[in-house]
Design a protein around this ligand. Structure first.
Ligand SMILES: [Ca+2]
Ligand SMILES: [Ca+2]
Length: 409
């Protein structure tokens, strides 16, 4: 009885506090609008189901001694070298898991890395690197703006020529967060660039849905045509007025990591959520591009700042989402295609920076998706990397260690 009588006054107090803090805290404001006003699953959308019969997976330590590692790539040149991106502005070489003396590239003096989401963020080797020595990086400069640029080698293949920088594209950043950072060559030989919505919270400038802005997008550039880059003839918005021709897909908040399945060419985009939902988006190989992944009208499978009566049929919804009980910032990984652990074949591996939970996501026989939480890494995983043999590595940001994902065979 007593509890029931107290319920109404308590609710009123909570409501009054909510209204008070709504104005005071911008994050709180977005949480409230999202959770109370515009929440609820978008009708008729279902993500992956929980699967059974998954391989027992684990980790095996592979390397240590890196400083705030945020990326790992290989050069596709048969050397077996792995290249680790350190946030402050260096790229280190690993040979057989050993960190080599010196840096492959050191551009720390050009990289602004004070913000937690700023720094040297991405690395991609040209598909013909073994012939032309060209590679590309994505970083925030001393003004906080995004630079994607090209470098070449010195006479020593373990040393890049820091003086060879050619800026491919510069994109102004209105706030220090949400800079994206991923760059990957697709199976079509074009360079894909992940761009965040510019930052702050909730995409206050409406960049992700604005086709006249390069923010909140995946871009697709041809680095082998005219300089500094050419627009591929089949980019979806090429020749359309009011749209930037570089855009491949839009409606993204902060696609920190995306990757291509080395066997199918499918693209997996892990888009970091606002206050409620982290998501994984899927784009099938052979897609013509132009997908709208929903932000900031939607977050995960839920409405966010959706205009009244908006038709959601044009939105490509995620294949997987998770809420705050499982993490706070999704870290996208790779589809495992290595030979060493056949039980992981075809599984997309990804994790969360805040909880270190490692998930697997895979296509179900007969269509649809299934997922499993494979295990808790106990790490603060900033990124994954794929080796030339298809091995998948996971990078622990705080301790500077790199682990190989393993499984029962
Ligand atoms: Ca930004
Ligand atoms: Ca989305």
């Amino acid at each position: 009885m007593k509890n029931t009588r107290l319920l109404l006054p308590m609710l009123l107090i909570v409501l009054a506090l909510a209204v008070y803090f709504r104005g005071a805290l911008s994050e709180g404001y977005y949480y409230l609008t999202s959770a109370l006003v515009k929440g609820g699953e978008v009708e008729g959308r279902a993500a992956a189901s929980q699967g059974s019969k998954w391989a027992e997976a684990g980790l095996s330590q592979f390397a240590s001694g890196l400083r705030s590692p945020v990326g790992l790539a290989h050069a596709g040149d048969g050397s077996g070298r792995l290249f680790v991106v350190e946030k402050a502005g260096r790229i280190k070489i690993l040979k057989d898991g050993k960190v080599q003396e010196g840096s492959f590239l050191d551009i720390e003096s050009r990289v602004g890395s004070r913000g937690s989401e700023q720094g040297l963020l991405g690395l991609a080797f040209h598909p013909k690197f073994s012939e032309n020595g060209r590679f590309f990086v994505n970083y925030t400069d001393l003004d906080g703006d995004t630079i994607v640029s090209e470098f070449g080698l010195t006479g020593n293949s373990d040393r890049a020529d820091a003086g060879s920088e050619k800026v491919l594209i510069k994109i102004e950043q209105p706030a220090s967060n949400h800079n994206g950072g991923e760059i990957q060559f697709g199976p079509d030989g074009y360079l894909y660039i992940g761009m965040g919505d510019g930052g702050s919270a909730g995409d206050p400038w409406g960049n992700a849905q604005n086709l006249n802005s390069l923010l909140g997008k995946i871009l697709r550039l041809d680095v082998d045509g005219e300089k500094p880059y050419a627009i591929p003839a089949d980019n979806p918005f090429k020749g359309k007025s009011g749209a930037r021709p570089e855009i491949w897909a839009y409606g993204l908040r902060n696609p920190w990591r995306f990757s291509f399945d080395s066997e199918t060419g499918d693209m997996y985009i892990a888009d970091v959520g606002q206050n409620l939902w982290e998501e994984v988006d899927f784009q099938p190989g052979g897609s013509k591009g132009g997908e709208d992944y929903g932000w900031n009208y939607t977050e995960g499978l839920h409405a966010y700042e959706m205009p009244d009566g908006y038709d959601t049929s044009g939105i490509t919804f995620p294949i997987f989402e998770y809420g705050r009980e499982d993490g706070c910032s999704v870290t996208g990984g790779y589809v495992y295609r290595g030979k060493e652990f056949p039980s992981l074949a075809g599984t997309y591996l990804f994790t969360d920076f805040c909880t270190g939970k490692l998930w697997g996501l895979r296509k179900k026989d007969g269509g649809g998706w299934e997922w499993a939480m494979l295990f808790n890494t106990g790490l603060q995983p900033s990124s994954f990397g794929e080796g030339p043999d298809g091995s998948v590595y996971i990078l622990d940001y705080t301790t500077g260690r790199i682990f190989k994902v393993t499984a029962e065979k």
